[in-house]
Write a protein that binds this ligand. Structure first.
Ligand code: DGL
Length: 258
């Protein structure tokens, strides 16, 4: 049994590390559509066929039994067509608006995502359905996914840029303050320490990775490899062909052979 984890770039590694913790014995293939990164500002009518093509080709190559779409920008768009087209289970990653609405004390929550995710009908439906009692501020950042990739591959983070990008998440209204920021892009958990440093006040940064991993565990049915199945190394594939040396080092640190 092979498990596939898919993202536009390196952000899905924040999901992979939690999935590994609950399914340590399953071989994983990580597929990064880095040739098309970032997905955040793609037009929806162009992004859907792009993702379907990349995922279809990867499914052909690896025949996974379970696919995790470790990308909000993709999941808010393609889960339905993927499920229609392939007869295997998919786990999507969508903004954790429901738990945020359940947990907020102040009633002010923010969703930090890519510009694509904040535009999606899917995201607006989640707010209507699950967060009617809260005030939800949607914040789409053009820059942060790339900042996270740079940071992950050894680059220096521009703290002022990050401060400016997250500033709209912090709302003060009639003595109440935003108390939860949903990390609705899988790249952002890698910037959490920077966010904490530049945030105007402390908040809960809601990362959905553990919940995604629990769902993957349920669908993988325990996650034991089939008896006699040879142990395969976990792999990473990049649609650009060859990852940069820094990206190759990074994925090697996550135990993946590029
Ligand atoms: N990691 C992706 C997400 O969760 C997005 C990054 C990108 O813009 O490609 O939305």
């Amino acid at each position: 049994m092979t498990l596939m984890v898919f993202d536009s770039g390196l952000g899905g590694l924040s999901i992979l590390r939690e999935v590994r913790a609950v399914l340590p014995d399953l071989p994983i293939v990580y597929v990064a559509d880095d040739a098309a990164f970032p997905y955040g500002d793609w037009r929806e009518d162009e992004l859907v066929p792009r993702i379907l093509d990349v995922v279809a080709a990867a499914i052909d190559r690896h025949a996974p039994q379970l696919v995790i779409v470790a990308c909000n920008t993709a999941s808010t768009l393609v889960m339905e067509p993927l499920r229609e087209r392939f007869d295997i289970p998919f786990v999507g990653t969508v903004p954790a608006i429901k738990p945020a609405a359940e947990q907020t004390a102040s009633g002010l929550i923010s969703v930090l995502a890519t510009p694509g995710t904040v535009k999606r009908e899917y995201t607006h439906d989640l707010i209507d359905k699950f967060a009617a009692s809260a005030e939800v501020r949607l914040v789409g950042s053009d820059a942060l996914a790339a900042v996270a990739e740079d940071h992950l591959t050894g680059g220096t983070v521009d703290m002022d840029l990050v401060r400016d990008e997250i500033a709209p998440c912090f709302v003060e209204r009639a003595g109440a303050k935003t108390d939860i920021v949903v990390l609705a892009c899988t790249h952002y958990p890698f910037l959490i320490n920077v966010f904490r440093k530049v945030a105007p006040w402390p908040v809960d940064w809601l990362d959905p990775a553990e919940a995604i991993a629990r769902r993957a565990l349920e669908l993988a049915g325990g996650g034991a490899p089939a008896a006699g199945e040879p142990h395969q190394p976990d792999r990473a594939e990049f649609t650009s062909g060859t990852p940069s040396p820094a990206a190759a080092r990074l994925v090697a640190g996550f135990g993946l052979v590029a």
